[in-house]
Design a protein around this ligand. Sequence first.
Ligand code: NAP
Length: 473
Amino acid sequence: MSGILAGIRLREAGIDDFVIYEKAHDLGGTWRDNTYPGLACDVPSHVYSYSFAPNPEWSRRFSPGPEIHRYLTRTAEEHGIRERIVFDREATACSYQDGRWQLEFADGSRDSVDFVITAVGVLHHPNMPEIEGAASFEGALFHSARWDHSVPIEGRRVGVIGTGSTAVQIVSAITEKVETLTLFQRTAQWIMPGQNPAYSEDEKQRYREDPAAIDHLRTELDLSFTRQFSDALIGSESPGMKRIEEMTRQHLEAKVLDPELRDRLRPDYRAACKRLVVADGFYEAIQQPNAALVTEEIECIEPAGVRTRDGVLHELDVLVFATGFRAHDFMRPMRITGRAGKTLDEAWDPTPRAYRSVSMPDFPNFFMIVGPHSPVGNFSLIEISEIQVGYILKLIERVRESGSGEICARPEATDRFNASIREAMKGTIWVTGCNSWYLDANGIPATWPFTVQTFRDEMAEPDWADFETIPAA
Ligand code: NAP
């Protein structure tokens, strides 16, 4: 999503000398990798769209994953970006030498460039938990982001480990198809109801004929969805947060009839502390007669299934790890070395950090889309990426116009920025006592603790005093 965007925006800015390297055989990132049943985006489709490529054809408020993948593919093709992508070319190293970035690839090839923009996404590296005996399982076992479509699930005993947004979508989609569905829950999740009506043919026709109607809808969704979430999450005691807590609580109370099951599904932490799950259909699915919620801790995996600490063996044919991603790896395992041999691991010890999510001291002319402390959450990452790409282009333009050789954030500006982030985190819902992928190794959320509007405002124009530029040699 972000690489396609960068290509389109570079071209619009008159910069045509670029290459997009892609390690896989197709474009689409998360929407290429994830193909699990029930895959959808819980951000409304008309805001989960590029601002320059409105799509009157979205089928639903929250459209399914394959439709999003087709949208990205079509947008890339319409803007001539597909032919600019070198597929099956995994970058393994990137080092700054004599004013240029030297790139190395897994196939042994190399390139040398003036600027690097990373567009590698956040939720990218599957988290495969080390559960004893996993290799001995005689059924099929795979991660949700590597769904094995050669394995039939119809009429079979399927287990799912995890209760995040992914697991909730899978369980909602497959329970009626499988013989038994066993959901292994380590931590319960608050779930926000997310009604998902289809757009009627009349509505689509209106959007086709009148692009302003889509703009209008995007503005409405921005007010009702993005702002509502963004303002609430950063104020753990805000009225918006209280409303979210009440809605999720009522959702559970109204939908789950058995008090014992309801108790087991009720989290012991506050709503939205973990990334809020937005979904309809999960509570219905888990109450089906062929579904079981297992809250006993997993002891091990055996050839026939999963054994829990109470000694019960849950026999399975298929086991899905819906266990999330290693969110703090960002561009790694790529080996990135900046000025004077400084490595990314050194710069990010003990935790990933950047200046306004896009730039880092000692890594000149190196820019990140969706880098550390980007506003990730229940918002459109497409909008966030557009803002970042706009900002990055201004930095590149500065170098080109001034004739300087390099630009990157100043260390003191980066320290100041990160100190303000840490201070603001104290008031957010993410630090109210839960475990989540938002938290880094030190328990600090790696997200944006201000409103999305603040991000828009602060990223509208670089504060040039916060950057150092060095004249070309
Ligand atoms: P996730 O939210 O990180 O959830 C992972 C789940 O696996 C958690 O329930 C976790 O339990 C469990 N888990 C991990 N290791 C385990 C272990 N060893 N034993 C038992 N349980 C284990 O991952 P996700 O559901 O894939 O979602 C990741 C993110 O992707 C979401 O937060 C969201 O941002 C994005 N996403 C978005 C959509 C969408 O509609 N936009 C859909 C899917 C995903 P604990 O809670 O106890 O750690």
